[in-house]
Design a protein around this ligand. Structure first.
Ligand code: FEO
Length: 172
C-alpha cells in the first residue's frame, strides 16, 4: 500500500476512534441526567463510530498496509444541555467530513482508485450523519427549554436510534 495513503487512513482510524469515545462520553452524560433515549442514541452512535474504525483497520491490513491502533485523548465529560451536545456533535462531524474529503483528495493525487472507491462509503455516511444531526437540532430549536418537550424529544430520539438505518452496523 502507498505509504501516504496508509498514513492518511491511519489518521482516519484515529479520528473514528476518537469520535466513538466522544459519543460514549455524551451517552454517559445523558444517562446520568435522566435522558435514557438520548443516552441510547449516543451509545449506538459510539458503536457506529467504532464500526467505522474497524472497517478502516480491516481495509488497511487487507491491502497490505499496517493499521495502527491509536491512543485516544480523554473527551469532555460535561455538556451544558442536550442542545449544546448536539451542536458539538454536528461541529465534530463537520471536522470528520473535512478529514474524509482530505483522504479522498490524497487518493486522487496518488491515483489510488481502489481506496478512492472504498472511501465513497464514508462520503455517503457523512452526508447522512450531518443531515441527521441537523434535523435533531431543528427539533431541539422548536422545543426550546420546555421540560415536557424535552421528555417527548427523549422518547423520539429513542425511536430514531432504533430505526434500522441508524442502528449500529457492526456486522458490516
Ligand atoms: Fe465516522 Fe461520524 O464519522
Amino acid at each position: 500500500m502507498n505509504k501516504q495513503i496508509e498514513a492518511a487512513l491511519n489518521d482516519q482510524i484515529s479520528k473514528e476512534a476518537s469520535s466513538s469515545q466522544y459519543y460514549l462520553s455524551m451517552a454517559s452524560w445523558a444517562e446520568v441526567n435522566g435522558l435514557s433515549g438520548t443516552a441510547f442514541f449516543m451509545y449506538s452512535h459510539a458503536d457506529e463510530e467504532r464500526f467505522h474504525m474497524l472497517k478502516l483497520v480491516k481495509f488497511v491490513n487487507e491491502r497490505g498496509g499496517r493499521a495502527v491502533i491509536p491512543k485516544i485523548a480523554q473527551p469532555p465529560s460535561d455538556f451544558d444541555s442536550v442542545h449544546r451536545m448536539f451542536e458539538l456533535l454536528l461541529a465534530h462531524e463537520l471536522t470528520v467530513t473535512a478529514a474524509i474529503n482530505e483522504v479522498v483528495d490524497i487518493c486522487l493525487k496518488e491515483k489510488d482508485y481502489t481506496t478512492h472507491n472504498f472511501m465513497q462509503w464514508y462520503v455517503s455516511e457523512q452526508m447522512e450523519e450531518e443531515a441527521l444531526a441537523r434535523s435533531i437540532l431543528d427539533k431541539l430549536r422548536l422545543i426550546g427549554n420546555e421540560k415536557g418537550g424535552m421528555y417527548l424529544f427523549d422518547r423520539e430520539i429513542l425511536e430514531i436510534a432504533n430505526s434500522t438505518e441508524n442502528a449500529p452496523k457492526i456486522k458490516g
